[in-house]
Design a protein around this ligand. Sequence first.
Ligand SMILES: Nc1ncnc2c1ncn2[C@@H]1O[C@H](COP(=O)(O)OP(=O)(O)OP(=O)(O)O)[C@@H](O)[C@H]1O
Ligand SMILES: [Mg+2]
Length: 244
Amino acid sequence: MIEIKKLNKKFGDLHVLKDIDLTVEKGEVVVVIGPSGSGKSTLLRCLNRLEEPSSGDIIFEGISIMDDEHHDINKLRQKMGMVFQQFNLFNHMNVMENITLAPIKLKNMNTEEAEKVAKDLLDKVGLMEKEKSYPAQLSGGQKQRIAIARALAMSPDVMLFDEPTSALDPEMVGDVLKVMKDLASEGMTMVIVTHEMSFAKEVADRVIIMDEGKLIEQGPPEQIFNNPQHPRAQDFLERVINLF
Ligand SMILES: Nc1ncnc2c1ncn2[C@@H]1O[C@H](COP(=O)(O)OP(=O)(O)OP(=O)(O)O)[C@@H](O)[C@H]1O
Ligand SMILES: [Mg+2]
């Protein structure tokens, strides 16, 4: 579904992504881990061109995302749902409006249809009763589940998550991870940056480790967590596993 080829990203003199090669298959759950500043968010943001790659290529469903002639960037973004650490809900809109805005505006869905889709999604994330609430009236975990429902309302082909639980109180984390687990088991293609190692072990088909802008190791979770090969991967895992 996604093929990243020799991707490089520089911010001025700062070389943040270095020759990243990575393929994501349809239905695969790929978890990205690595130290702070190693380039995880930048990698995710390059996928839908929230950041402009400096060189290399990203093929999404057979077409280069850099090829503006064959890829309308807005259409492309509609196919990639993105969920951020800080929710990014529209605070002046209630939950129902947050979820239906994009389908109505961008997919020409009528209100009735969009609200039906939204209700099904609210059911899925366990928040049926919150459709009239405003973001300020929700807990962090609830906001994040609404943000996931909002992304799903566009029926994306892939979901990108950037540390979706790291701004949450510990007791909220489980509900959000449960929604993500359900999505994974339904066959959604997902790329997830997270520090939740037990979630990664349980849900990931493949874990990749980034360090200083490079993809230093990748493999199934059992291999990555029990038998990492790269010294910097061993070092990183020792630190996070002691931490959690
Ligand atoms: N817009 C930007 N302009 C300049 N430098 C940036 C920009 N965005 C990120 N960087 C730098 O790129 C490097 C990688 O940042 P990135 O946010 O991708 O790291 P990360 O692995 O997601 O870290 P964290 O775990 O802390 O979220 C960092 O050195 C960061 O300071
Ligand atoms: Mg980040």
